[in-house]
Ligand binder design. Sequence first.
Ligand code: HEM
Length: 387
Amino acid sequence: MPVLAWRPDCISQDGHEHKRLRGAVKDSLESFDRRAIRRHVHRRSHQLVDGFAGAGHVELVGRFAELLPMMVLTDLFGLPDDEGARLVEASRQLVKGTEKALEADRHIHEILGRLVVEKHRAPGPDLASWLIAHEANLDDEEVRQHLRLVLVLANETTTNLMVNTLRMVLTDPRFRGTLDGGRMTLQAAVEQILWDEPPLMVLPGRFPTHDMEIAGREVREGDLLLLCVAAGNVDPAIGRTAGEEMYGNRSHLAFNSGPHECPGQDIGRAVTGSGIETLLARLPDLRLAVPEDELTWTATSWSRRLDALPVRFTPRHARNPFAPPPAPRSDTVTATGVTAAGATAAGAAPASAGDTAPAPRQRPPRRWRRLVRPGDAAGPGRQHPTG
Ligand code: HEM
């Protein structure tokens, strides 16, 4: 199973090697400006909503939650838009461990291998270029492996978080009522989901390097350990019962903790929060189109995901009010993926209702200008400037 196999990436390492590799990923991820990422997510979300706003109904898993994280990731990676749809499918096959998993993994490596070659030739202010240039001196194989790690992990987890939060928003009176003007914010709703339905319920692949005892259990060298963080979130030792309201408390295990704690959690939260915020702002009377007890899930070894989340809403024909001026080509969303042309629009991210950043002015369409932290165009730990 590709998910369990050892790889030269930070998740498979400990000690000095882990520090070196994780440092490169963490520094590079931290080079992205968080407010700019949110603006970027708003723009991509509007693009997706534009694809179904006039219909009055849509299936949100396939048409929104499974597309948005990958669209944002392709931007952060510096990948062309049209790779997004194929990567969504390949990444899903990989995580599900289907008979197509190995082929999907090869496909992902192929795309990322090409990206590494391209970024050597023409570096930009994106994750791929920053990993290549980082002082930790990653070789090309390590760069490719870390791009793959981030791509697969971030896409799967962020999609799950988004699907689970959407379901709660649509069905749970605590959230629905409160989002309509009550006491719980969307951010608190996201944390509640991270407690109750962590996007990765089981963490794969820890192989002890010697015999040991963990919590009274004997574990042998080379055993496969599967860590169930979902169970950890309701461990009687912390005195919490399943479903208990946590009021935005972030001390859950959904992002793991310790040396391997997720370095992309802020990005995952930003994509989920800003994506759902935009969806609800555009379609405020969004409601489930089927009885809640008709919803079905499919589980993998690591998580479970709703098969579909059909919703209805009042059709809205007007294009989003924050749309940039028409691009030379239009963006199209299909049930199976995104064929986003108009890539030049990437340089003109819209403001949103909750986004106080000044509206972008007409400038050359260089999306990196809005993704890089101000004054940090080269990112930290860089050997040479990339932009
Ligand atoms: C809501 C979404 C997310 C959740 C729930 C999540 C969860 C996790 C968890 C549980 C781990 C630890 C895995 C382990 O120890 O086996 C992890 C590690 C990691 N995550 Fe996330 N993640 C999310 C989003 C992201 C995003 C958006 C990125 C990057 C853009 C990212 C990058 C990483 C990386 C690079 C690691 C490996 C860290 C290491 O081993 O030192 N994650 N994530």
